[in-house]
Design a protein around this ligand. Structure first.
Ligand code: ATP
Length: 365
């Protein structure tokens, strides 16, 4: 028998519901590994970083944390942020520290409509909807460039600059990534989103790169849409979407809109990829720490579990990824729904239903 492939995974549940959903995702991943007949296994190391760690140590993660994480095959992340730490400190101290230093420049966020989950979109009842937001994840509006000054002039006179960075290389790599992804999909189309009428430097550069790269993909249809018009399109004509590529901030906002349209923020998955594989990639649900429901065992684990499926895909375990997605559909289709999507099942029950459904999808492959 061939040797078991062991994937070393760093788990960082961090704060709030992050802890609950990471535990659920680990259970699903361990189940799928157990069912692989020795083909692969996961070797987990959990790190206690986050806002509680900050309260004890004054930093969001170990100062050597990046050095430690470098040697893992991937990172499975929960959510970061709590009331004891300003949001920009917790975000930059942990999540953005990892995405930026590991050059995880491609963030993919599929928008999936699940059976049994009611969408606020009436169209979702009888229209096939399925699209992916590809978010530039390393520069743009979240480049972290700028500063504050002039507070010495007295109250009310401080100034702040928050500069967006658009490099030709940064635009090209994410746009090419979107086209390569579109090639693999049934609907071969890329929609590029900017606000280049108002932001005439960075986003016009983006548009030019988009038009140039598109020439290399004649089989992929294209459109360029302003972000305000794209927000309307998400609601009015989402059936026209396949791959939507946008800058860091615009894609962040649009993907929250997409997950709300699919039924809940708790359903949405995401992968922060370093496509060259020089560093580990990071998989996490789109949602935050949900302080309003944290610690009650009632949060939706599906966003985190669907992110685990993206991790399986990243490891080349396509069939296993499809099985996890199918198990999620079996669970929601048979009425295992948390409160955010209109049910009354708790996190444990939904996770259990997905784990149980994995056995039936095992029979199907
Ligand atoms: P953060 O600052 O960490 O992003 P937030 O409250 O601004 O926190 P979210 O944590 O994403 O943003 O929560 C937004 C809303 O979505 C909340 O009402 C929360 O309860 C809900 N929500 C988020 N994640 C889940 C989940 N996994 N299951 C159920 N509801 C969720």
């Amino acid at each position: 028998m061939s040797q078991t492939k062991v994937f070393k995974i760093a788990s960082i549940p961090a704060d709030g519901v992050g802890k609950e959903v990471v535990a659920a995702g680990r259970r699903v991943l361990d189940t799928i590994a157990e069912q692989s007949s020795g083909k692969f296994a996961f070797d987990w190391t959990e790190f206690p970083w986050g806002c509680e760690y900050y309260a004890q140590h004054g930093v969001m993660m170990d100062p050597n944390g990046l050095e430690t994480l470098k040697d893992f095959d991937s990172i499975y992340f929960g959510a970061v942020g709590w009331e004891n730490v300003p949001d920009h400190v917790s975000l930059w101290g942990l999540r953005l520290n990892i995405t930026q230093n590991f050059d995880q420049w491609a963030n993919i966020r599929p928008v999936k409509f699940l059976p049994g989950v009611t969408s606020p979109l009436r169209k979702a009842d009888d229209t096939e909807l399925d699209w992916i937001v590809v978010r530039e994840n390393s520069e743009g509006e979240y480049a972290g460039l700028g500063g504050r000054n002039l507070s010495g002039r007295g109250p009310g006179n401080e100034i702040a600059l928050q500069t967006a960075l658009f490099s030709e290389k940064g635009c090209e790599r994410i746009i090419r990534f979107a086209f390569d992804l579109a090639r693999t999909r049934t609907v071969k189309k890329v929609s590029s989103v900017t606000k280049s009428n108002a932001q005439q430097y960075g986003m016009v550069l983006w548009d030019e790169v988009f038009n140039r790269v598109a020439l290399d993909y004649p089989e992929v249809r294209t459109e360029s849409v302003l972000v305000d018009a794209m927000s309307a399109k998400f609601i009015l004509n989402p059936e026209e979407l396949s791959v939507v590529v946008a800058s860091n901030l615009n894609a962040d906002i649009l993907s929250d809109l997409g997950s709300a349209l699919a039924g809940s923020l708790g359903l949405a998955a995401s992968a922060n990829l370093n496509p060259e594989r020089r560093f580990p990639s990071m998989f996490e649900p789109v949602h935050g720490t949900a302080p309003d429901i944290a610690g009650q065992g009632i949060c939706n684990p599906i966003g985190a579990i669907a992110s685990a499926a993206l991790m399986l895909e990243h490891f080349g375990l396509e069939q296993e990824a499809r099985r996890v997605e199918a198990a999620i559909e079996v669970a929601t289709g048979s009425g295992n729904l948390t409160r955010d999507i209109g049910g009354n099942a708790d996190t444990e029950a939904v996770t259990e239903a997905i784990v149980h459904a994995l056995s039936s999808t095992l029979a199907a492959v």
